[in-house]
Design a protein around this ligand. Structure first.
Ligand SMILES: [Zn+2]
Length: 306
């Protein structure tokens, strides 16, 4: 303190000593007014910032003292905080929101540092609470199904190239494994192979196969091995898929359901070629096509592909 200030302080002290009772009475009688004045003064932007800075500096200079005080008064402080929080719930929530938004990077870095420093602790906790954690994760996933799906969809859409690249690289690195697996699969499921070939061919011609392997297998079974065109027993394995309305005459986007498909023998299939037998057959097929489209539209608006 400078000499001037010292003098002033001494004078004030003296004045206070002399007029103690008077001052106390004044303070007592004007409590609210004084508090309001103080509050108003402290809320001035300049004052607020200055006081904050002062507090910070004082805290930094007296950290140990503050820590000690905290340790000695823990319960009192937490109780006080609890009361304040209860009374200022909304304010605290907004404050936290603002803080979180403004300090995203800082918070993430802090969390990362904490996690890194406490890995062992985390591992221990994880090991001790495996079931609890799994149950919680499961419950969370169940409760957030839609948002998870949305997030994943968004990720897939935003990272199409990355995902495709990864898949390609993975395939390249595991080519043999995949081709071996594919060979085994093709050997075990010949009908499925045929089905998928048909489907690919159909897609190439821009027509739509709206039926499943299961439906096609049932269709084959229903023939008992008899070709429905020449009415001859050939065996189920000798019958193949035929589009009743020929693909070569079909307009792009034509839908073939299981009703538009038959299982016939090879010789009938090749002799039929791209010929349409009768006018009647065309009309029948067209009618069934209309019916099919209507049914599909009713069943599943917007989607007809299997
Ligand atoms: Zn036949």
């Amino acid at each position: 303190m400078t000499r001037d200030k010292e003098k002033k302080a001494a004078k004030a002290r003296l004045y206070y000593q002399k007029n103690k009772e008077k001052i106390k009475l004044y303070l007592k009688n004007n409590k609210e007014q004084i508090a309001a004045g103080g509050k108003k003064y402290r809320s001035k932007p300049g004052v607020k910032a200055r006081r904050k800075k002062q507090h910070r500096a004082y805290y930094l200079a007296n950290k140990d003292k503050a820590k000690l005080y905290y340790q000695n008064n823990k319960e009192k402080i937490t109780a006080h905080k609890r009361v304040w929080r209860e009374a200022n719930k909304k304010q605290e929530a907004t404050q936290q929101k603002v803080y979180k938004k403004a300090n995203k990077g800082k918070i993430a870095a802090q969390r990362r540092a904490y996690n890194l420093a406490n890995q062992d602790k985390a591992n221990l906790y994880r090991q001790a609470n495996k079931k609890k954690i799994a149950a919680r994760a499961k419950a969370w996933a169940k409760a957030n199904k839609k948002s998870i799906a949305k997030t994943r969809r968004g990720y897939r859409e935003a990272n199409k190239d990355k995902i495709a690249g990864k898949a390609k690289a993975h395939y390249g690195a595991n080519k043999e494994k995949y081709s071996r697996r594919s060979r085994v699969w093709r050997k075990n499921y010949p009908e499925r192979v045929k089905f998928h070939c048909q489907k690919r061919r159909a897609r190439k011609k821009n027509i739509i196969h709206a039926f499943t392997v299961k439906e096609w297998k049932q269709k084959l079974k229903d023939t008992f091995g008899v070709c429905p065109v020449c009415d001859t027993y050939k065996g189920i394995n000798k019958l193949s898929l035929d589009h009743i309305f020929p693909i070569s005459k079909a307009k792009p986007g034509r839908v073939y359901t299981i009703k538009d498909i038959q299982a016939i023998c090879k010789s009938c299939n090749s002799s039929k070629g791209a010929k349409i037998e009768t006018e009647n057959q065309i009309n029948q097929s067209l009618a069934s096509q209309q019916q099919t489209k209507l049914e599909l539209a009713e069943k599943k608006p917007g989607g007809i592909e299997t």
